[in-house]
Design a protein around this ligand. Sequence first.
Ligand SMILES: Nc1ncnc2c1ncn2[C@@H]1O[C@H](COP(=O)(O)OP(=O)(O)O)[C@@H](O)[C@H]1O
Ligand SMILES: [Mg+2]
Length: 218
Amino acid sequence: MRSRSIPEPGLTTLGNLDLFERLGEGGRSTAYRGKREGRDVAIKVYKDLALAKHLRKMGGNLAEFEFERNRSFFQAPGLAPYVAEPIDCLVTDEYSAIVQELLVGDLYYFFRQKRGAEAVIELRPHLERIVELAHAADLFDLDMHSLNVMVVEENGTAIPKLFDFNLIPFHVRPPNPIVALLLTLGLLNPRSRDRRLLRNFDRAGKRHRKLLRYFPGS
Ligand SMILES: Nc1ncnc2c1ncn2[C@@H]1O[C@H](COP(=O)(O)OP(=O)(O)O)[C@@H](O)[C@H]1O
Ligand SMILES: [Mg+2]
């Protein structure tokens, strides 16, 4: 299964989806605003390289992997208000994509730039709650950094929401034998990376800085 083409912005049709403008880009996918059965949605179309890497590391299709993980988060007790609803997964010979609830807001990074440090103080307890609820449901390695969290205003309250679920958790596939050994010996906890990212949430990490290249002018 291959995605041979990343659609051009402008109206394109993928199966039962109409694609409009590009919403953003990450290392593994490009997201578009689109319509599905009359509903405004976000459509993530995966890059060839990302599909190939995932297949090599985990086997299977990245769109299916992210869709399932998105669903596990959405269904975990208490987490739904903090998670984009997973709507559909489409894998054909031409493309691999998922359809998600469209989140209308600002990425945390830009929200903080626009509104200032005080504005993000009220978000901190929500971020802590997200990690706590995910861990209670045995979901780890959330890849939670400020370009992977959308701040959506609901009834005058700013709520952080997750939408990126395609990272293979390090406890599922350790990046090297040392990490694998530490996990087996119980010297490394699957919660540890999430706790570190949460502590450093307002400081850009290496991966985060690399991703900033997709946001011209930032
Ligand atoms: N559900 C969504 N609603 C609105 N914008 C989205 C949504 N999903 C992704 N985006 C936009 O697309 C960008 C890339 O999506 P992301 O899921 O982070 O891709 P990757 O997995 O490649 O990192 C995000 O930074 C965001 O700007
Ligand atoms: Mg991302």
